[in-house]
Design a protein around this ligand. Structure first.
Ligand code: NAD
Length: 260
């Protein structure tokens, strides 16, 4: 379905981004992967994507906290594959602390990576998407883009901001073949969630699995983690013709998290 398309997935050396990258490659898209990891691990991810799906896959090491590096990545992708058709803004970081103890440098870093980077990437890809009158922009927000939790002031502010940005981009592209949507996952068992589970396990003297259950129980009514494969399939659907008229949406994939 996506043969001949080129997708950038930010933060795709791990977790949700890697799941989305593999799902898009599974539909034939050439991939630009991004994120932090050891060179060997990056090479293994690239080789697996190229070998498993027969697509092109290159890595770009842009730091999403740095606006120039974000636009350099879009330029490099365009040079390599001729164009960028799909931009998945996924890279994200977390820090937890009460507001009055929240370190200002963590606030700045989370706003830069989880919010501002999306603006810089979208700004860079829109002109060429408009020229071709086709594009898909998928912003990974969170259930925390729709509801709040304590101790996540920067993350919740950034993820709510992502939903606002998604709506503006959708309105400005509404009469084109470009769509812009936000995916709002509940808990997904990735490194970003695992350190929070480990912290809970340590603070309450629980095993990792007990802490994982305790973390899910009050917030995710299904009591199951969302998987990266499920999010990949949703991203693929948003890239399909069936989703031509879905734009500006914030789509929960969360086992009932936000209706609870
Ligand atoms: P993860 O920690 O497994 O992956 C994060 C990715 O972002 C990694 O590839 C990392 O290298 C990359 N990254 C971090 N900082 C970066 C930077 N400055 N520049 C470039 N890349 C950078 O986390 P994940 O759980 O897969 O999270 C992916 C996205 O999904 C994030 O935006 C996160 O907020 C969101 N999300 C996660 C959950 C969850 O439960 N895991 C729930 C809702 C939303």
């Amino acid at each position: 379905m996506l043969q001949g398309k080129c997708a950038i997935v930010t933060g795709s050396t791990s977790g949700i981004g890697l799941g989305i990258a593999r799902a898009l490659a599974g539909e034939g898209a050439d991939l630009v992967i991004n994120g932090f990891a050891e060179a060997d691990a990056i090479a293994a991810i690239r080789t697996a994507i190229e070998g498993d799906f027969g697509v092109g896959c290159v890595y770009h090491g842009a730091d999403m906290a740095k606006p120039d590096e974000v636009s350099n990545m879009v330029d490099a992708a365009t040079r390599t594959f001729g164009k960028v058709d799909i931009l998945v803004n996924n890279a994200g970081i977390q820090h937890t602390a009460p507001v009055e103890e929240f370190p200002p440098d963590r606030w700045d870093a989370i706003i830069a990576v989880n919010l501002s980077a999306l603006f810089h990437g979208i700004r860079a890809v829109l002109p060429q998407m408009k020229e071709r009158n086709w594009g898909r922009i998928i912003n990974i927000s969170s259930a925390h883009g729709l509801v709040a939790s304590i101790h996540k002031v920067a993350y919740v502010a950034a993820k709510h901001g992502v939903i606002g940005m998604t709506k503006v981009v959708a309105l400005e592209t509404a009469e084109t073949g470009i769509t812009c949507n936000a995916i709002c996952p509940g808990w997904v068992r990735t490194p970003l969630a695992e350190w929070q589970i480990e912290a809970l396990a340590e603070s309450k003297g629980l095993s990792f699995d007990e802490a994982a259950r305790e973390m899910l129980a009050p917030r995710q009514p299904s009591k199951e983690f969302v998987t990266t494969e499920q999010i990949g399939k949703l991203a693929v659907f948003l890239c399909s013709d069936g989703a031509d008229q879905i734009t500006g949406a914030s789509l929960p994939i969360d086992g009932g998290f936000v209706v609870h």
